[in-house]
Design a protein around this ligand. Structure first.
Ligand code: NAD
Length: 260
């Protein structure tokens, strides 16, 4: 972690009136949830083309394949705990600095760390919930997991409905949630500092958010372990772990006791 980068980011946050933080899978790897694109990440082990919205909706075989994977990935999310990066963002909010977190993550860890739900804009949904696509009945994903663990291969809605149950996540090929997307863009354009943390910035339209912010006049900082396609637009790049950098930045913002 670069101490100069941390110092500079703390200065930017301290001088900003309205900070928006944009998080990707990298903010949760230190909670034990693998990202998609790092070596050993999810796409090293599974072919994303097999898990599209079209395949899920198209046939029972597609849904069975999806739930086969979901049965093994959900427990990873369920047992993950928020890490110091998630907690640092809650502190930033308590200090009155954070307008909101726009997240690509589906793991619910920002809320579990203590950020109010109305401060978290989820662009790709939430994996802890599911719903019936016919009658809109909501299901805890935990309950669906119990069915899967009991041997159900393709969960369906309770009788008499029998509709397709789908997690409240946005699958590849599925349209984005319009309200969240619009709200994220509005807040990105209204902030004066936009901080990307732990995202490869290659998944669109989410990856447009830093560009919206920049275009509207905000400063842009990117905290990530590897390069992103938008590094050239950033006012500050910090190479380091999300948890380490966020915790160190927020530590510098905390009021210090005055020596008597
Ligand atoms: P990504 O996998 O494309 O990229 C993650 C980025 O984070 C990489 O550039 C990597 O270098 C960086 N990174 C990894 N660990 C880090 C750390 N400890 N500190 C700082 N940087 C770190 O993830 P993405 O950009 O979020 O896009 C992938 C898609 O995958 C999203 O749509 C998201 O919905 C989904 N996803 C979500 C989760 C989750 O909810 N935790 C996990 C995997 C994938």
């Amino acid at each position: 972690m670069s101490p100069a980068g941390v110092e500079r980011l703390a200065d930017l946050v301290s001088g900003a009136r309205r900070v928006v933080v944009f998080t990707g899978a990298g903010v949760s790897t230190e909670s034990g949830i693998p990202d998609f694109r790092s070596p050993g990440g999810v796409w090293d082990r599974f072919d994303p083309n097999e898990f599209t919205f079209q395949k899920f909706m198209g046939s029972e075989t597609g849904r069975r394949r999806y739930w086969d994977l979901g049965r093994t990935t959900f427990p990873v999310i369920r047992r993950a705990e928020p890490n110091p990066g998630h907690h640092a963002l809650v502190t930033l909010w308590r200090l009155g600095k954070l307008d909101c977190v726009i997240t690509q993550n589906i793991d619910n860890l920002h809320q579990r760390a203590g950020l109010p739900a109305d401060r978290v804009i989820e662009l790709h949904g939430n994996a802890t919930q599911a719903r019936c696509l016919s009658c809109e009945m909501s299901y805890e994903r935990e309950r669906v997991q119990e069915w899967l663990d009991a041997g159900v291969s393709v969960p369906v809605c309770d009788p008499p409905c029998g509709g397709i149950i789908k997690p409240r996540t946005i699958m590849f090929g599925e349209s984005m949630p319009r309200v969240e997307l619009k709200e994220a863009e509005r807040r990105a354009r209204a902030c004066d500092l936009f901080v990307v943390v732990g995202s490869s910035l290659v998944v669109y339209p989410a990856a447009y958010m830093p560009l919206h912010a920049k275009e509207a006049g905000a400063r842009l900082a990117i905290v990530n372990l590897s390069e992103t396609p938008h590094d050239g637009q950033a006012d500050l790049l910090v190479r380091g772990s999300a948890a380490g950098v966020l915790a160190a930045v927020v530590d510098r913002l905390q009021p210090r006791p005055v020596a008597s």
